[in-house]
Design a protein around this ligand. Structure first.
Ligand SMILES: [Zn+2]
Ligand SMILES: [Zn+2]
Length: 258
């Protein structure tokens, strides 16, 4: 039985912040997901635009936990975070550099989770994994998360980041994942960002290895997200290429039951 819902609020990289949505269809918003209406991963500049696009003004009504992968502007927007937490108490998991950006922490319970280990977050369990994605000015890595739902379904959120580190892989190998979300920032391109983001070939190889090593549940799915506007000139080709490798290209408003 599938009791959980993953909703993609945004699937784009930082270059969609002021992106021209007419020339680059489909238009993407900055990457963010909502799990069961309760867990928001990343609170970037477009979380309210996403709710408007989806047509649900109550989208964040049941929000309990906010996890921030890192403080890059496409993942954390202090004004939106402030707006989201003015009338409700939430737990916040983020690094200390992100926390310093918060304007009004009155409704925020900071939950610092250990890395590489499972730790409780309300009814969920979360494993925080340092990602291969440098956040300059503080020398900290972005975080990836494994979210384990109350009914023991497992979701891996791997944005942002290039090739997985061996330490991260060693932890992933101990899990049986139902949903895997992989960075596909570079699309079919190569450029200097290849050391902090995946292209499709890298995501393909990681997806194959996840399947080969039996880390994915038999009806589990792998999804690519965080597409750069400037490196995915044809969103259709990106989608078709990923499909060949049995990887779904995330889209705004896409819902996945797991
Ligand atoms: Zn990003
Ligand atoms: Zn980033």
């Amino acid at each position: 039985m599938k009791n959980n819902e993953l909703l993609f609020l945004g699937t784009g990289a930082g270059d969609w912040i002021n992106g021209d949505g007419i020339r680059y269809l489909p238009h993407r918003l900055c990457s963010s997901v909502l799990i069961n209406g309760e867990i928001l991963i990343d609170c970037g500049p477009h979380v309210f635009a996403a709710a408007e696009q989806i047509g649900d003004s109550n989208l964040y009504k049941n929000l309990k936990h906010i996890l921030i992968t890192h403080r890059h502007v496409d993942h954390f927007n202090a004004d939106n975070f402030d707006k989201l937490t003015t009338d409700k108490k939430v737990s916040l998991t983020c690094d200390k550099f992100t926390y310093k950006l918060i304007k009004n922490p009155d409704n925020v319970e900071l939950v610092t989770l250990p890395t590489f280990k499972s730790a409780p977050l309300g009814e969920y369990q979360v494993v925080t994994l340092p990602a291969n994605h440098d956040v300059r000015g503080g020398g900290r890595n972005a975080s990836h998360f494994i979210i384990i739902t109350p009914d023991k379904k497992e979701l891996f959120y791997g944005l942002d980041g290039a090739w997985l580190t061996n330490d991260e892989w060693m932890v992933l190998k101990k899990h049986k994942l139902d949903v895997v979300i992989l960075d596909c920032t570079l699309g079919n391109a190569n450029d200097h960002r290849i050391f902090e983001h995946n292209n499709i070939d890298m995501a393909h190889a990681i997806a194959d290895e996840i399947r080969r090593q039996d880390i994915l549940n038999k009806d589990g799915i792998i999804i690519g997200s965080h597409f750069a506007r400037t490196l995915n000139r044809s969103q259709t080709i990106t989608k078709q290429t990923l499909k060949k490798f049995d990887v779904i290209a995330a889209e705004e408003g896409m819902k996945i039951a797991f």
